[in-house]
Design a protein around this ligand. Structure first.
Ligand SMILES: Cc1cc2nc3c(=O)[nH]c(=O)nc-3n(C[C@H](O)[C@H](O)[C@H](O)COP(=O)(O)OP(=O)(O)OC[C@H]3O[C@@H](n4cnc5c(N)ncnc54)[C@H](O)[C@@H]3O)c2cc1C
Length: 367
């Protein structure tokens, strides 16, 4: 069983932060781009909080383009001059460069109440308060609230009820909530802010709505520029012809799909996302085509974990190198698939996206 063939200037395998950024920049330059992505990206699991190299002009270029695109989709971020410390849902600190002054909880906030919602395990106010007291950060006051309405099924009822409680029963001026679902990014927080008259923010939280929202902002940006995103599509194999590749096979379940292209970008992530795999004690390329090696790394006590996270595809001038040592002239690799780029050894989303932004002109040159 096969799906209709795909033909594009550039095929991007992997639709996380790296793949979507490179695809967006190529589409901006008028290229036809298809992204094929197989499963949940690490981007969606992350906190969506971004640390950039503030001295890098490319980071500024990336930010000025993407922040304008995000604003059009209802998410208002600013790039701070220096990193700001965000507070996580565990009460720990985390540096970030892009902040939404309206909705991010940061160490600058004073007079803070942390409100847990019964049934929502993303934020435990007692735990946060304990951790912040222990690390001598300003200790927030913990509250619990049991909502009668589901924020997902009845956002209006939820906002009205909680808005009244925050206005009448919470003394503090800043209220921290767990991330809430809504069809516009941060829509419910804005509504609660209006109803309660308080600053209502959320903690930096992985495996929850912030990562999903960030993923959907990136997908929205790419699609607005004409990028075609094929979800549930795995790159199965690549036909290599001498020093280049122009054909690949994709799959969705039992169905396959042929793809032809002038350039290929591998953005399939690290072991977390399936772009790399572990075989015995080795990290390998699951396509069995490319060379993998590890970078020097420190900072993680487990030797195995460090070796896994520091491993990645070998590239020469951005081009993927095969196990025979040939660098393919039109096949590039970006993102956490590269050695040394995996979080927390690399800076995470910020490095991944700026690198993907930088590499797009080289991809175009190779077409
Ligand atoms: C729990 C968690 C929390 C994190 N928190 C932070 C944080 O707070 N700040 C930060 O900066 N970074 C954080 N990170 C790291 C950050 O998420 C990653 O650095 C970044 O998302 C990597 O982006 P990527 O595009 O390289 O990979 P991904 O986002 O993983 O995208 C790769 C995509 O390729 C797909 N794929 C794999 N193989 C194939 C194939 N053969 N064919 C087609 N598609 C394929 C995968 O399914 C996936 O969808 C966190 C990561 C995790 C897991």
């Amino acid at each position: 069983m096969s799906l209709p063939d795909v033909d594009a200037d550039v095929l991007v395998a992997g639709g996380g932060a790296a793949g979507l950024v490179v695809a967006t920049r190529l589409a901006l330059d008028g290229r036809s781009v298809t992204v094929a992505s197989s499963a949940t990206p690490a981007t969606l699991l992350s906190t969506g909080r971004i640390l950039l190299d503030h001295d890098d002009p490319e980071a500024e270029e990336w930010a000025s383009f993407f922040l304008a695109q995000f604003r059009r989709q209802g998410a208002h971020y600013v790039m701070s001059k220096r990193p700001v410390v965000a507070i996580t849902n565990l009460g720990t600190g985390m540096r970030q460069s892009l902040t939404s002054p309206l909705f991010d909880w940061t160490s600058k906030d004073r007079d803070v109440a942390v409100v847990g919602l019964v049934g929502n395990s993303d934020l435990d106010p007692d735990l946060v308060s304990l951790e912040m007291g222990r690390s001598r950060r300003a200790k927030p006051r913990p509250y619990w609230f049991s909502p009668s309405f589901s924020p997902e099924l009845d956002p209006g009822g939820f906002a009205e009820e909680l808005g009244n409680v925050l206005m009448n029963d919470v003394a503090e001026g800043t209220v921290v909530l767990p991330p809430l679902p809504h069809n516009t990014p941060y829509g419910l927080l804005a509504e609660l802010r209006k109803r309660s008259g308080k600053k209502v923010v959320e903690a930096a939280t992985p495996l929850s709505w912030p990562g999903r929202r960030f993923q959907s902002l990136l997908e929205g940006t790419a699609e607005r520029l004409g990028v075609r995103i094929l979800r549930d599509r795995r790159l199965l194999s690549i036909d290599v012809n001498g020093r280049e590749a122009n054909r690949a096979l994709l799959s969705s379940g039992v169905r396959t799909q042929r793809a032809t292209f002038n350039g290929l970008v591998l953005a399939t992530g690290n072991v977390v996302s399936g772009g790399l795999a572990v075989s015995g004690r080795e990290v390998v390329d699951p396509l069995g085509l490319f060379r993998v090696s590890s970078a020097r790394a420190s900072g993680i006590s487990s030797r195995q974990l460090r070796a896994t996270l520091s491993s990645g595809l070998v590239t020469r001038r951005g081009k993927a190198v095969t196990t025979d040592g040939v660098s393919l002239r039109n096949v590039f690799a970006v993102g956490s698939l590269l050695r040394g780029m995996s979080y927390p050894l690399g800076r995470g989303l910020g490095d991944v996206m700026v690198h993907a932004w930088e590499i797009a002109p080289a991809v175009e040159e190779a077409l």
